[in-house]
Design a protein around this ligand. Structure first.
Ligand code: FES
Ligand SMILES: [Fe+2]
Length: 384
């Protein structure tokens, strides 16, 4: 199958109005050619979140990430700036850093070419006799890196507008939460056996909560009270207003930023393509997704507390209870999303109608269709 067929199938599905919409066709999830198109048209161009800035608090703190197949490092330099660089050595192209941690300098594990936190080559053993080698001419290529409400975003696209510009409407919508002050308490990486979009879609609809999560948070979910408005260009969202399943899901008594129903309203945010945030009045958790082939997804999974709960004497207890619950919920989500991917690979797989509670999936389908099409879909749709 070439790229053309799954793209054509997706464009056909995305051309229906929401009232008649069905899930995306299986080929959009199972075709390696379609994933190649997503990599070049989405992951190589968009802003992608790699974690919280508070997770890189000190000079030399770093994390690594793979963006559209490119190994990338993000670190805090000696001046306190966040910087992102190619994580590939300029000698014989080994990758440099692994995982996350703190380094005073970046030393290549192969022949110890050594770079400063500004990316410049500082030293290269036994290169003195090599005519024409000048270490001043070597510096790791920089990658654009910006901070937005406490999140670190990177992009391989030199020209796109800033994150803050693209997410201004979202910033206005959630300003009252003060998300920039929330503190990350854990950051992990996991790999699940499903397509990255299956996991993203699982996150962006709460229709599955009473069933998939019957053993944990399902009983607290009132589908009748969910509000799923149409999404915007760079993100989709929905709100859940409820008595939280944990005390920290509602606003802390010391929280004076939120009033009325906002004190018990949770925002479910999907920032395209791959940053998924659950923002409650008392805590947050997030995923940042990296496709690993069509049938696997690597994710950064992190979360933490609002400043009031961080300041609470019982902060450690609250965090431990939250983490236990999130881990249990993740086991349930993993089961459901891996089953979906298995089903999609069956010859009998056919996409069914979407519920009105799955509005964000429809918006996500439009977004994916826009990006992979390679032409102006609004013109094509108008011409029909
Ligand atoms: S590949 Fe990095 S020092 Fe040789
Ligand atoms: Fe879930």
């Amino acid at each position: 199958m070439s790229q053309a067929q799954p793209i054509a199938e997706l464009l056909e599905a995305a051309s229906r109005p929401f009232e008649e919409a069905r899930a995306m066709p299986p080929s959009a999830y199972t075709s390696p050619d379609f994933l190649a198109r997503e990599t070049e048209a989405i992951f190589a161009r968009e802003w992608v979140c790699v974690g919280r800035a508070s997770g890189l608090a000190n000079a030399g703190d770093y994390l690594t990430y793979e963006l559209a197949g490119q190994p990338v490092m993000v670190l805090r330099d000696r001046e306190g700036q966040l910087r992102a660089f190619s994580n590939v050595c300029l000698h014989r192209m080994s990758t440099l850093l692994e995982g996350c941690g703190n380094k005073r300098a970046i030393v290549c594990p192969y022949h110890a070419w050594t770079y400063g936190l500004d990316g410049r080559l500082r030293g290269a053993p036994f290169m003195g006799g090599t005519t024409g080698f000048r270490k001043e001419e070597y510096a790791l290529p920089s990658i654009r890196c910006e901070e937005w409400l406490g999140w670190i975003y990177i992009t391989l696209d030199k020209d796109r507008p800033s994150v803050a510009t693209e997410l201004r409407p979202l910033e206005d919508m959630i300003a009252r939460y003060g998300m920039e002050h929330y503190v990350e308490c854990f950051r992990e990486t996991h790999v699940w056996d499903t397509n990255w979009k299956v996991l993203a879609e699982n996150f962006m609809e709460s229709y599955h909560l009473p069933v998939c999560h019957a053993g944990t948070v399902g009983g607290h979910s009132k589908l009748e009270e969910m509000d799923c408005p149409p999404g915007l260009a760079a993100f989709n969202y929905h709100w859940i207003t409820k008595e939280a399943s944990l005390p920290i899901g509602n606003a802390h008594p010391d929280n004076t930023r939120l009033d009325g129903h906002w004190r018990k309203t949770t925002a479910l945010l999907t920032i395209y393509p791959s940053h998924l945030i659950t923002l409650t009045p008392g805590y947050f958790w997030y995923l940042s997704l990296q496709p690993k082939g069509t049938g696997q997804v690597a994710m950064v999974f992190g979360g933490g507390l609002s400043p009031e709960f961080m300041a609470d004497p019982r902060a450690a207890d609250h965090m431990a209870t939250l983490k236990t619950l999130l881990d249990e919920v993740n086991v349930e989500d993993r089961g459901c999303t891996e089953k979906v991917f298995r089903g999609m690979n069956a010859g009998a797989a056919r996409p069914g109608h979407l519920s009105y509670l799955e509005r964000p999936l429809y918006d996500f389908m439009q977004y994916i269709a826009d990006r992979v099409a390679g032409f102006d879909r609004s013109f094509a749709l108008a011409a029909e």
